[in-house]
Design a protein around this ligand. Structure first.
Ligand SMILES: [Zn+2]
Length: 176
C-alpha cells in the first residue's frame, strides 16, 4: 500500500516537474514574441530518421563521414568556403534550408562561415567535448546531420561564427 502510494506520488511529481521544466525552457532570454513562437515548436520539423546504410546509399563518402560520423573536411578544400554567389545553403542530407549567402562572411578559416542561420529552429546545438575542447556542435534540426560548430568570435550583428563543412551543405543559387 505504502509503496504504491509512493510510486503514484513520484509519478505525479515527475509529470509536474517535466511540465514546469518545459515551460521554463521555453522562455527565451532575449527573443521577440515572434522568435518565441518559432523557438517554441522544437517539433515543428518532422524528424527524418534513416539507417547508416540508407544515408550511405544517398550520400558521397565524404558527405557521409562528415554529416553522419561527425567528420571535418580539411580547411580550404571544401566547395563553398570561397563561394560568393547569392543563394541558400541547405542540408545535404534532407534539404532543409540552413544558411543564406546574406549572412556569409570571410572568416579566413577555410570553411564556409555565417553569422546566423536562416531560422533558429532549423539548427540544433549540443555540447561537444571531443578532442579535449568544449565546443558547441551544430546539427540539422530535421535529420541530425553534423554541420560544424558555432563560436562567439563572429562579426556583428550576432557576434557568432557558424563554422560549417561544405560537405554538409547543398548550395542552391538564387534565380535573380
Ligand atoms: Zn538535414
Amino acid at each position: 500500500m505504502t509503496s504504491s502510494f509512493i510510486t503514484v506520488a513520484l509519478f505525479l511529481c515527475n509529470v509536474f516537474y517535466s511540465c514546469t521544466e518545459n515551460k521554463s525552457n521555453n522562455v527565451p532570454p532575449q527573443s521577440t514574441k515572434s522568435n518565441f513562437r518559432q523557438n517554441d515548436s522544437t517539433t515543428m520539423h518532422k524528424k527524418i530518421i534513416k539507417t547508416d546504410d540508407e544515408w550511405e546509399a544517398q550520400l558521397s563518402n565524404e558527405q557521409f563521414c562528415i554529416t553522419r560520423k561527425k567528420g571535418t573536411e580539411r580547411a580550404f578544400t571544401g566547395t563553398y568556403w570561397n563561394n560568393h554567389e547569392q543563394g541558400v545553403y541547405s542540408c545535404v542530407c534532407c534539404e532543409l534550408p540552413l544558411f543564406s549567402s546574406e549572412t556569409k562572411f570571410e572568416s579566413g578559416s577555410g570553411w564556409p562561415s555565417f553569422f546566423s542561420p536562416v531560422a533558429k529552429e532549423n539548427i540544433k546545438e549540443q555540447t561537444d567535448n571531443m578532442y579535449g575542447m568544449s565546443r558547441i556542435e551544430i546539427l540539422c534540426n530535421r535529420c541530425d546531420a553534423h554541420l560544424g560548430h558555432v563560436f562567439d568570435d563572429g562579426p556583428k550583428p550576432t557576434g557568432l561564427r557558424y563554422c560549417i563543412n561544405s560537405a554538409s551543405l547543398k548550395f542552391v543559387k538564387s534565380s535573380n
